[in-house]
Design a protein around this ligand. Structure first.
Ligand code: KG4
Ligand code: ZN
Length: 345
């Protein structure tokens, strides 16, 4: 069984061909640069750019490969116009080839990226999913069964990275730019708050951190505009505060009764090397096994969509689903089987 995966939920056009026996056969990714001049994603421009490039990327993936057995596409959540481009191309191809079109949930695709490296860790999983739009802990009893244990009450961590980077005048997307600036920084010079750190449970907050960052930046604008070391130290302080917030919650999650020992990190922010290292140390302290896909499969890509589509087909869980800008992960399957950990949290 070979599945073509198409991802167009935001500003990456991702296409991949996955073979159930041989693994990934081809993958293509185009990150839209057009949004840089606006400092954030402009939905209309994203849709137009997907239209312009998607067919070419599909052809490149299929070169010499023949017809796939199914076409998986991201049906939500995401930008409506951008999603519709991928969905329409996927459904058109599937109809032309007379193969199934499989609607995929974008967050399930991020989670199942952990299957792309060969044998996936055994379920149940404790998943930390951190992207530009989501920051959450999810208990995954088995493929398709999700229970949210805690999540951000306001901004996502990726959003905090992006908005703070924008204030500093760094290029979009801000996360990677801020992370590379932070490499030369010292974390102790500036201290930023970690909102909700002392609240029980696994919920998080990043908007207060973002506000504190902006206030600090503006109150020393002269310094932060001209002194490269001060900029690096500030970037480092933000990366440290976000990392501490996530790693601290992870340790708390691992202490809950019945918490899975298999931890999966996924979503674009997990491309951050400092965060990856902190999560690894946290898991080691608690005897848990951490799996994080390589950075290119943490940020949006077509391979994770092909993988999720393959698993939906394998488990006979394909559902006819409309394209939806908003779509809760927990709406995918009944979570009656979630274990005691959820009650304990
Ligand atoms: O999963 P993703 O590609 O798209 C969404 O589904 O949102 O995540 C994108 C987010 C952006 O906020 C981006 O700035 C952040 O991931 N990101 C990073 C890094 N690479 C991507 N944040 C911090 N450090 C990075 N190296
Ligand atoms: Zn994503």
């Amino acid at each position: 069984m070979r599945i073509l995966g198409i991802e167009t939920s935001c500003d990456e056009t991702g296409v991949a061909l996955y073979d159930e026996h041989r693994g990934l056969l081809a993958e293509e990714l185009r990150s839209q640069e057009i949004h840089r001049r606006y400092g954030g994603v402009v939905p209309e421009l994203a849709s137009r750019d997907h239209i312009r490039h998607l067919s070419r990327l599909v052809r490149a993936c299929l070169a010499g490969q023949g017809r796939p057995d199914a076409v998986a596409y991201t049906a939500g959540p995401g930008l409506m116009g951008a999603l519709l481009v991928g969905a329409n191309v996927a459904r058109g191809l599937a109809r032309g080839w007379d193969v199934p079109a499989v609607a995929v949930h974008h967050l399930e695709a991020h989670i199942t990226a952990a299957h792309l490296q060969g044998a996936a860790p055994p379920y149940p999983w404790l998943v930390l999913l951190v992207s530009g739009g989501h920051s959450m802990f999810v208990h995954v009893e088995r493929f398709g069964s999700y229970r949210i244990l805690g999540q951000t009450q306001d901004d996502a961590a990726g959003e905090a990275f992006d908005k703070c980077a924008k204030v500093m005048g760094l290029p979009y997307p801000g996360g990677p730019a801020l992370a590379s600036l932070a490499e030369a920084g010292c974390p102790g010079r500036f201290t930023l708050p970690q909102p909700m750190a002392h609240d029980p449970g696994l919920d998080m907050s990043f908007s207060g951190l973002k506000t504190a960052f902006i206030q600090l930046f503006r109150s020393h604008a002269e310094l932060f505009e001209h002194d490269h070391q001060a900029r690096a130290d500030l970037a480092c302080a933000l990366q440290y505060a976000i990392t501490q917030s996530l790693a601290g919650r992870l340790e708390r999650a691992l202490l809950l009764p019945g918490a899975p020992r298999q931890v999966i990190g996924c979503g674009g922010v997990l491309a951050n090397a400092f965060l990856r290292a902190a999560l690894k140390a946290a898991c080691q302290r608690h005897g848990a096994q951490l799996t994080i896909p390589p950075a290119r499969h943490c940020t949006d890509n077509g391979a994770m969509v092909a993988m999720a589509g393959a698993l939906r087909l394998r488990h006979d869980l394909v559902v006819a689903h409309p394209v939806q800008a908003r779509w809760a992960l927990t709406a995918l399957a009944p979570h009656a089987s979630a274990m005691a950990i959820a009650e304990a949290s």
